[in-house]
Design a protein around this ligand. Structure first.
Ligand SMILES: [Fe+2]
Ligand SMILES: [Fe+2]
Ligand SMILES: [Fe+2]
Ligand SMILES: [Fe+2]
Length: 454
Protein backbone atom coordinates (compact mmCIF):
# COMPACT_ATOMS: atom_id res chain seq x y z
CA UNK A 1 0.00 0.00 0.00
CA UNK A 2 1.45 3.39 -0.84
CA UNK A 3 2.17 5.71 2.05
CA UNK A 4 -0.60 8.24 1.53
CA UNK A 5 -3.18 5.56 0.94
CA UNK A 6 -2.03 3.81 4.09
CA UNK A 7 -2.42 7.11 5.87
CA UNK A 8 -5.97 7.69 4.69
CA UNK A 9 -6.71 4.16 5.86
CA UNK A 10 -5.34 4.93 9.35
CA UNK A 11 -7.55 7.99 9.57
CA UNK A 12 -10.65 6.13 8.42
CA UNK A 13 -10.03 3.25 10.76
CA UNK A 14 -9.76 5.56 13.76
CA UNK A 15 -12.71 7.69 12.76
CA UNK A 16 -14.82 4.55 12.76
CA UNK A 17 -13.54 3.49 16.21
CA UNK A 18 -14.47 6.87 17.64
CA UNK A 19 -17.89 6.76 16.06
CA UNK A 20 -18.57 3.39 17.63
CA UNK A 21 -17.38 4.23 21.14
CA UNK A 22 -20.48 5.88 22.66
CA UNK A 23 -22.66 3.02 21.42
CA UNK A 24 -20.42 0.27 22.72
CA UNK A 25 -19.69 2.12 25.94
CA UNK A 26 -23.31 2.57 26.91
CA UNK A 27 -24.03 -1.10 26.21
CA UNK A 28 -21.12 -2.97 27.71
CA UNK A 29 -19.03 -0.75 29.94
CA UNK A 30 -18.83 -1.70 33.58
CA UNK A 31 -16.71 0.16 36.06
CA UNK A 32 -14.71 -1.69 38.69
CA UNK A 33 -15.77 -0.19 41.98
CA UNK A 34 -13.33 0.83 44.68
CA UNK A 35 -10.70 2.34 42.39
CA UNK A 36 -12.47 5.58 41.52
CA UNK A 37 -13.18 4.69 37.93
CA UNK A 38 -9.57 4.47 36.85
CA UNK A 39 -9.96 1.13 35.12
CA UNK A 40 -12.98 0.25 33.06
CA UNK A 41 -13.90 -3.12 31.60
CA UNK A 42 -14.78 -2.56 27.99
CA UNK A 43 -16.33 -5.73 26.61
CA UNK A 44 -13.51 -7.82 27.99
CA UNK A 45 -10.79 -5.30 27.11
CA UNK A 46 -9.17 -3.20 29.84
CA UNK A 47 -9.41 0.49 29.15
CA UNK A 48 -8.11 3.43 31.10
CA UNK A 49 -10.33 6.30 32.03
CA UNK A 50 -8.88 9.71 32.72
CA UNK A 51 -9.89 12.15 35.42
CA UNK A 52 -10.22 15.14 33.09
CA UNK A 53 -10.73 17.51 36.03
CA UNK A 54 -7.38 16.44 37.58
CA UNK A 55 -5.58 16.76 34.26
CA UNK A 56 -7.06 20.20 33.66
CA UNK A 57 -6.01 21.29 37.17
CA UNK A 58 -2.43 20.32 36.32
CA UNK A 59 -2.58 22.24 33.06
CA UNK A 60 -4.06 25.19 34.92
CA UNK A 61 -1.15 25.13 37.38
CA UNK A 62 1.23 25.44 34.43
CA UNK A 63 -0.93 28.23 32.96
CA UNK A 64 -0.89 30.07 36.28
CA UNK A 65 2.90 30.12 36.05
CA UNK A 66 2.64 31.64 32.54
CA UNK A 67 0.05 34.22 33.60
CA UNK A 68 2.23 35.12 36.59
CA UNK A 69 5.30 35.56 34.39
CA UNK A 70 3.58 37.46 31.56
CA UNK A 71 0.95 39.54 33.35
CA UNK A 72 2.17 39.65 36.92
CA UNK A 73 -0.89 37.68 38.12
CA UNK A 74 -0.29 36.08 41.48
CA UNK A 75 0.21 32.38 42.12
CA UNK A 76 -2.82 30.08 41.76
CA UNK A 77 -4.81 32.84 40.04
CA UNK A 78 -6.75 30.41 37.78
CA UNK A 79 -7.68 28.17 40.69
CA UNK A 80 -9.09 31.13 42.67
CA UNK A 81 -11.20 32.25 39.69
CA UNK A 82 -12.49 28.68 39.34
CA UNK A 83 -13.42 28.46 43.04
CA UNK A 84 -15.20 31.83 43.00
CA UNK A 85 -17.09 30.90 39.81
CA UNK A 86 -18.09 27.46 41.13
CA UNK A 87 -19.46 29.10 44.29
CA UNK A 88 -21.38 31.68 42.28
CA UNK A 89 -22.71 28.95 39.97
CA UNK A 90 -24.01 27.07 42.99
CA UNK A 91 -25.76 30.17 44.38
CA UNK A 92 -27.35 30.66 40.95
CA UNK A 93 -28.76 27.10 41.02
CA UNK A 94 -26.63 25.62 38.24
CA UNK A 95 -26.35 21.82 38.05
CA UNK A 96 -23.04 19.92 38.61
CA UNK A 97 -22.24 19.62 34.89
CA UNK A 98 -22.86 23.34 34.36
CA UNK A 99 -20.74 24.20 37.41
CA UNK A 100 -17.92 21.94 36.17
CA UNK A 101 -17.99 23.57 32.72
CA UNK A 102 -18.01 27.06 34.27
CA UNK A 103 -15.20 26.25 36.73
CA UNK A 104 -13.04 24.67 34.03
CA UNK A 105 -13.50 27.64 31.68
CA UNK A 106 -12.59 29.84 34.67
CA UNK A 107 -9.45 27.75 35.32
CA UNK A 108 -8.49 28.05 31.66
CA UNK A 109 -9.69 31.62 31.06
CA UNK A 110 -6.26 32.80 29.87
CA UNK A 111 -5.20 29.58 28.13
CA UNK A 112 -4.28 31.45 24.94
CA UNK A 113 -1.83 33.89 26.48
CA UNK A 114 1.21 32.14 25.02
CA UNK A 115 -0.31 32.12 21.53
CA UNK A 116 -1.45 35.73 21.79
CA UNK A 117 1.90 37.03 23.03
CA UNK A 118 3.69 35.08 20.32
CA UNK A 119 1.44 36.37 17.54
CA UNK A 120 2.02 39.93 18.78
CA UNK A 121 5.77 39.31 18.72
CA UNK A 122 5.60 37.94 15.17
CA UNK A 123 3.32 40.64 13.78
CA UNK A 124 4.91 43.49 15.74
CA UNK A 125 1.40 44.79 16.55
CA UNK A 126 0.03 45.35 20.02
CA UNK A 127 -3.65 44.75 20.69
CA UNK A 128 -4.37 46.68 23.88
CA UNK A 129 -7.87 45.26 24.16
CA UNK A 130 -6.39 41.75 24.05
CA UNK A 131 -9.25 40.62 21.80
CA UNK A 132 -7.11 37.90 20.29
CA UNK A 133 -6.42 35.98 23.49
CA UNK A 134 -10.19 35.90 24.11
CA UNK A 135 -10.81 34.55 20.59
CA UNK A 136 -7.98 32.00 20.68
CA UNK A 137 -8.90 30.99 24.25
CA UNK A 138 -12.52 30.30 23.30
CA UNK A 139 -11.47 28.38 20.18
CA UNK A 140 -9.18 26.19 22.32
CA UNK A 141 -11.81 25.28 24.94
CA UNK A 142 -14.35 24.57 22.22
CA UNK A 143 -12.11 21.61 21.29
CA UNK A 144 -12.68 20.04 24.72
CA UNK A 145 -16.18 18.68 24.04
CA UNK A 146 -17.85 19.82 27.25
CA UNK A 147 -21.06 18.11 28.25
CA UNK A 148 -22.82 21.50 28.41
CA UNK A 149 -22.71 24.56 26.18
CA UNK A 150 -19.74 26.88 26.91
CA UNK A 151 -20.29 29.25 23.98
CA UNK A 152 -18.58 32.61 24.55
CA UNK A 153 -17.68 31.94 28.22
CA UNK A 154 -14.04 32.82 27.49
CA UNK A 155 -14.61 35.01 24.44
CA UNK A 156 -16.33 37.64 26.60
CA UNK A 157 -14.22 37.41 29.77
CA UNK A 158 -12.97 41.01 29.42
CA UNK A 159 -16.31 42.66 28.58
CA UNK A 160 -17.75 45.45 30.70
CA UNK A 161 -21.39 45.85 31.69
CA UNK A 162 -21.57 49.28 30.02
CA UNK A 163 -20.36 47.94 26.65
CA UNK A 164 -16.86 49.47 26.74
CA UNK A 165 -15.03 46.11 26.65
CA UNK A 166 -13.12 44.65 23.66
CA UNK A 167 -16.23 43.37 21.83
CA UNK A 168 -18.66 46.05 23.04
CA UNK A 169 -20.92 43.45 24.67
CA UNK A 170 -23.22 44.94 27.30
CA UNK A 171 -24.57 43.34 30.45
CA UNK A 172 -26.99 40.52 29.58
CA UNK A 173 -25.95 40.33 25.90
CA UNK A 174 -23.43 37.52 26.44
CA UNK A 175 -23.63 34.43 28.67
CA UNK A 176 -23.92 35.03 32.40
CA UNK A 177 -20.96 32.66 32.91
CA UNK A 178 -18.69 35.10 31.05
CA UNK A 179 -19.85 37.88 33.42
CA UNK A 180 -19.00 35.66 36.41
CA UNK A 181 -15.52 34.89 35.07
CA UNK A 182 -15.01 38.61 34.36
CA UNK A 183 -15.82 39.76 37.89
CA UNK A 184 -13.77 37.00 39.56
CA UNK A 185 -10.79 37.59 37.25
CA UNK A 186 -10.87 41.34 37.60
CA UNK A 187 -11.11 41.33 41.42
CA UNK A 188 -8.35 38.76 41.90
CA UNK A 189 -6.03 40.40 39.37
CA UNK A 190 -6.43 43.79 41.04
CA UNK A 191 -6.51 42.77 44.71
CA UNK A 192 -4.54 39.50 44.96
CA UNK A 193 -7.18 37.79 47.09
CA UNK A 194 -4.72 35.22 48.48
CA UNK A 195 -3.01 38.02 50.41
CA UNK A 196 -6.09 40.03 51.35
CA UNK A 197 -6.25 41.12 54.98
CA UNK A 198 -9.75 40.69 56.46
CA UNK A 199 -9.95 44.41 57.29
CA UNK A 200 -9.71 45.23 53.56
CA UNK A 201 -12.71 43.13 52.59
CA UNK A 202 -15.28 45.93 53.11
CA UNK A 203 -13.33 48.15 50.67
CA UNK A 204 -13.53 45.48 47.96
CA UNK A 205 -17.23 44.99 48.57
CA UNK A 206 -17.77 48.75 48.25
CA UNK A 207 -15.77 48.79 45.01
CA UNK A 208 -18.03 46.05 43.60
CA UNK A 209 -21.11 48.12 44.45
CA UNK A 210 -19.49 51.20 42.91
CA UNK A 211 -18.63 49.35 39.66
CA UNK A 212 -22.02 47.67 39.24
CA UNK A 213 -23.48 48.60 35.87
CA UNK A 214 -20.12 50.00 34.71
CA UNK A 215 -17.64 47.15 34.93
CA UNK A 216 -19.77 44.38 36.40
CA UNK A 217 -23.27 43.21 35.55
CA UNK A 218 -25.88 43.55 38.29
CA UNK A 219 -26.39 39.81 38.65
CA UNK A 220 -22.64 39.02 38.68
CA UNK A 221 -22.02 41.76 41.27
CA UNK A 222 -24.89 40.62 43.52
CA UNK A 223 -23.78 37.00 43.35
CA UNK A 224 -20.17 37.92 44.07
CA UNK A 225 -21.27 39.99 47.08
CA UNK A 226 -23.23 36.99 48.34
CA UNK A 227 -20.19 34.67 48.34
CA UNK A 228 -17.34 37.08 49.10
CA UNK A 229 -17.14 36.74 52.87
CA UNK A 230 -14.31 35.98 55.27
CA UNK A 231 -14.52 32.14 55.04
CA UNK A 232 -14.35 32.40 51.23
CA UNK A 233 -11.33 34.69 51.39
CA UNK A 234 -9.57 32.32 53.80
CA UNK A 235 -10.29 29.37 51.48
CA UNK A 236 -8.41 31.16 48.67
CA UNK A 237 -5.04 31.37 50.46
CA UNK A 238 -2.13 29.69 48.67
CA UNK A 239 -1.71 27.03 51.35
CA UNK A 240 -5.29 25.74 50.99
CA UNK A 241 -6.34 26.69 47.45
CA UNK A 242 -5.42 23.32 45.92
CA UNK A 243 -7.74 21.59 48.35
CA UNK A 244 -10.48 24.23 47.92
CA UNK A 245 -10.29 23.89 44.13
CA UNK A 246 -10.50 20.09 44.37
CA UNK A 247 -13.63 20.36 46.46
CA UNK A 248 -15.18 22.95 44.13
CA UNK A 249 -14.78 20.87 40.98
CA UNK A 250 -16.96 17.83 40.38
CA UNK A 251 -15.17 14.72 39.07
CA UNK A 252 -15.20 14.47 35.28
CA UNK A 253 -14.07 11.14 33.91
CA UNK A 254 -13.66 10.13 30.27
CA UNK A 255 -12.48 6.98 28.54
CA UNK A 256 -9.03 7.52 27.13
CA UNK A 257 -10.04 7.00 23.52
CA UNK A 258 -12.82 9.56 23.34
CA UNK A 259 -12.82 12.76 21.29
CA UNK A 260 -12.61 14.74 24.52
CA UNK A 261 -9.19 13.27 25.26
CA UNK A 262 -7.93 13.90 21.77
CA UNK A 263 -9.30 17.44 21.87
CA UNK A 264 -7.57 17.93 25.21
CA UNK A 265 -4.28 16.52 23.93
CA UNK A 266 -4.34 18.94 20.98
CA UNK A 267 -5.30 21.79 23.31
CA UNK A 268 -2.35 21.13 25.64
CA UNK A 269 0.13 20.62 22.84
CA UNK A 270 -0.77 23.91 21.18
CA UNK A 271 -0.54 25.90 24.45
CA UNK A 272 2.94 24.49 25.09
CA UNK A 273 4.07 24.94 21.51
CA UNK A 274 3.09 28.61 21.39
CA UNK A 275 5.52 29.32 24.20
CA UNK A 276 8.22 29.93 21.60
CA UNK A 277 8.27 30.87 17.94
CA UNK A 278 10.71 27.99 17.41
CA UNK A 279 8.56 25.29 18.97
CA UNK A 280 5.21 26.16 17.44
CA UNK A 281 4.59 22.63 16.24
CA UNK A 282 7.03 20.65 18.39
CA UNK A 283 4.60 18.85 20.75
CA UNK A 284 1.90 18.51 18.10
CA UNK A 285 4.37 16.94 15.68
CA UNK A 286 5.81 14.59 18.30
CA UNK A 287 2.27 13.52 19.21
CA UNK A 288 1.42 12.91 15.55
CA UNK A 289 4.65 11.04 14.96
CA UNK A 290 4.08 8.98 18.12
CA UNK A 291 0.63 8.09 16.81
CA UNK A 292 2.16 7.17 13.48
CA UNK A 293 4.85 4.98 15.07
CA UNK A 294 2.24 3.36 17.33
CA UNK A 295 0.35 2.37 14.20
CA UNK A 296 3.61 1.18 12.65
CA UNK A 297 4.11 -1.10 15.67
CA UNK A 298 0.45 -2.18 15.48
CA UNK A 299 -0.41 -0.96 18.98
CA UNK A 300 -3.84 -1.61 20.42
CA UNK A 301 -6.01 1.55 20.48
CA UNK A 302 -5.56 2.09 24.23
CA UNK A 303 -1.76 2.05 24.13
CA UNK A 304 -1.88 4.27 21.07
CA UNK A 305 -4.12 6.77 22.88
CA UNK A 306 -1.86 6.77 25.98
CA UNK A 307 1.23 7.26 23.85
CA UNK A 308 -0.43 10.14 21.99
CA UNK A 309 -1.39 11.82 25.24
CA UNK A 310 2.09 11.32 26.75
CA UNK A 311 3.65 12.83 23.62
CA UNK A 312 1.27 15.83 23.71
CA UNK A 313 2.14 16.47 27.36
CA UNK A 314 5.86 15.70 27.40
CA UNK A 315 6.98 19.35 27.50
CA UNK A 316 4.20 20.65 29.78
CA UNK A 317 6.87 21.90 32.20
CA UNK A 318 8.31 24.15 29.47
CA UNK A 319 5.52 26.60 30.24
CA UNK A 320 7.57 27.56 33.27
CA UNK A 321 10.80 28.20 31.33
CA UNK A 322 11.29 31.89 30.45
CA UNK A 323 10.91 32.52 26.69
CA UNK A 324 14.23 34.40 26.45
CA UNK A 325 16.04 31.23 27.52
CA UNK A 326 14.02 29.06 25.10
CA UNK A 327 14.78 31.45 22.26
CA UNK A 328 18.39 32.29 23.06
CA UNK A 329 20.34 32.00 19.80
CA UNK A 330 23.79 31.32 21.31
CA UNK A 331 25.11 28.70 23.69
CA UNK A 332 23.27 28.49 27.00
CA UNK A 333 25.13 29.12 30.23
CA UNK A 334 25.23 26.31 32.78
CA UNK A 335 22.63 28.09 34.85
CA UNK A 336 20.30 28.57 31.85
CA UNK A 337 20.68 24.93 30.87
CA UNK A 338 19.85 23.99 34.46
CA UNK A 339 16.60 25.99 34.18
CA UNK A 340 15.72 24.27 30.88
CA UNK A 341 16.38 20.84 32.43
CA UNK A 342 13.88 21.57 35.19
CA UNK A 343 11.03 21.47 32.65
CA UNK A 344 10.95 17.66 32.73
CA UNK A 345 10.83 17.49 36.51
CA UNK A 346 7.89 19.91 36.40
CA UNK A 347 6.16 17.77 33.76
CA UNK A 348 6.58 14.85 36.15
CA UNK A 349 5.32 16.84 39.14
CA UNK A 350 2.25 18.07 37.28
CA UNK A 351 1.28 14.67 35.92
CA UNK A 352 2.22 12.40 38.81
CA UNK A 353 -0.82 13.41 40.87
CA UNK A 354 -3.38 12.36 38.26
CA UNK A 355 -5.29 9.13 38.84
CA UNK A 356 -4.83 6.62 36.03
CA UNK A 357 -1.93 8.61 34.57
CA UNK A 358 0.99 6.57 35.94
CA UNK A 359 2.09 5.19 32.56
CA UNK A 360 1.50 8.44 30.68
CA UNK A 361 3.46 10.36 33.33
CA UNK A 362 6.36 7.91 33.10
CA UNK A 363 6.61 8.02 29.30
CA UNK A 364 6.23 11.81 29.21
CA UNK A 365 8.82 12.54 31.89
CA UNK A 366 11.43 10.06 30.59
CA UNK A 367 11.87 11.86 27.27
CA UNK A 368 15.29 13.33 28.10
CA UNK A 369 16.67 10.21 29.79
CA UNK A 370 19.50 8.35 28.02
CA UNK A 371 20.22 4.63 28.06
CA UNK A 372 23.71 5.21 29.51
CA UNK A 373 22.37 7.25 32.44
CA UNK A 374 23.62 10.60 31.13
CA UNK A 375 20.12 12.07 30.63
CA UNK A 376 17.89 14.12 32.92
CA UNK A 377 16.11 14.74 35.26
CA UNK A 378 16.51 11.36 36.98
CA UNK A 379 19.62 9.95 35.24
CA UNK A 380 17.79 6.66 34.63
CA UNK A 381 19.59 3.83 32.80
CA UNK A 382 18.52 1.32 30.12
CA UNK A 383 16.79 -1.23 32.40
CA UNK A 384 14.55 1.53 33.82
CA UNK A 385 13.51 2.82 30.40
CA UNK A 386 10.68 0.90 28.75
CA UNK A 387 10.00 0.80 25.03
CA UNK A 388 7.66 3.80 24.82
CA UNK A 389 9.95 5.93 27.01
CA UNK A 390 12.75 5.15 24.54
CA UNK A 391 10.46 5.81 21.58
CA UNK A 392 9.44 9.24 22.91
CA UNK A 393 13.10 10.07 23.63
CA UNK A 394 13.98 9.23 20.00
CA UNK A 395 11.00 11.16 18.63
CA UNK A 396 11.80 14.20 20.78
CA UNK A 397 15.34 14.22 19.37
CA UNK A 398 14.11 13.62 15.82
CA UNK A 399 11.73 16.56 16.07
CA UNK A 400 14.17 18.90 17.84
CA UNK A 401 16.95 18.14 15.34
CA UNK A 402 14.79 18.36 12.22
CA UNK A 403 12.86 21.54 13.15
CA UNK A 404 14.35 25.01 12.91
CA UNK A 405 15.76 26.26 16.23
CA UNK A 406 17.46 29.53 17.23
CA UNK A 407 20.80 27.72 17.15
CA UNK A 408 20.33 25.60 13.98
CA UNK A 409 18.30 25.61 10.74
CA UNK A 410 15.74 22.91 9.88
CA UNK A 411 17.25 19.58 8.76
CA UNK A 412 16.24 16.88 6.27
CA UNK A 413 15.35 13.34 7.33
CA UNK A 414 18.77 12.08 6.21
CA UNK A 415 20.72 14.71 8.17
CA UNK A 416 18.56 14.15 11.24
CA UNK A 417 19.03 10.39 11.07
CA UNK A 418 22.83 10.71 10.80
CA UNK A 419 22.81 12.48 14.20
CA UNK A 420 20.43 9.90 15.69
CA UNK A 421 22.52 6.95 14.45
CA UNK A 422 25.59 8.52 16.02
CA UNK A 423 23.80 8.84 19.35
CA UNK A 424 22.61 5.24 19.09
CA UNK A 425 26.18 4.07 18.40
CA UNK A 426 27.30 5.89 21.56
CA UNK A 427 24.73 3.95 23.60
CA UNK A 428 22.54 7.00 24.29
CA UNK A 429 19.35 6.00 22.49
CA UNK A 430 17.77 2.76 21.30
CA UNK A 431 19.38 1.51 18.06
CA UNK A 432 16.42 -0.62 16.93
CA UNK A 433 13.95 2.22 17.39
CA UNK A 434 16.34 4.53 15.54
CA UNK A 435 16.30 2.14 12.55
CA UNK A 436 12.50 1.92 12.71
CA UNK A 437 12.21 5.72 12.66
CA UNK A 438 14.51 5.84 9.66
CA UNK A 439 12.31 3.39 7.72
CA UNK A 440 8.92 4.72 8.82
CA UNK A 441 9.60 8.47 8.59
CA UNK A 442 11.79 8.50 5.46
CA UNK A 443 8.85 9.05 3.06
CA UNK A 444 8.05 12.35 4.84
CA UNK A 445 11.65 13.62 4.52
CA UNK A 446 11.38 15.82 7.63
CA UNK A 447 7.99 17.26 6.64
CA UNK A 448 5.07 17.52 9.06
CA UNK A 449 2.71 14.65 9.65
CA UNK A 450 -0.86 15.78 10.20
CA UNK A 451 -3.66 13.72 11.67
CA UNK A 452 -7.31 13.67 12.41
CA UNK A 453 -6.85 14.93 15.96
CA UNK A 454 -3.99 17.35 15.58
FE1 LIG B 1 -7.73 37.44 29.97
FE1 LIG C 1 -6.71 36.30 34.58
FE1 LIG D 1 11.70 18.36 26.66
FE1 LIG E 1 10.31 18.13 23.54
Amino acid sequence: MNFNLKYAFVQREYASIFNRIPLIASKYRKKITGCQGVITIFKGIFMATVRIDSLIKSIATALDIVEGALLGASTNHGKRIAVLCAKMGKVLGKNPEEITALAICALLHDNALTEYILSEKKNGKHDPAMKKHCEYGQRNVDALHFKTNVKNFILYHHERANGTGPFGIREGEGPLEAELITIADSIDAAHHLQRLEPENLPAIRSMIVEETGKKYSKIAAETMLEILDLPTILSLKDNVIKQTASEALFPWTEDIQTETIFGLAGFIASIIDYKSVFTQKHSTQIANKAWFMGKYYKYEPQELAELYLAASLHDLGKLAVPSDILEKPGKLSEEEFGIIKEHVRLTWELLSDIEGFETICRWASNHHEKLDGSGYPFGKKAPELDFNSRLLACLDLYQAISEERPYHPGRSHGDTMRILYEMASMGKIDGDITKDLDIALAPYDGKDINFLYS
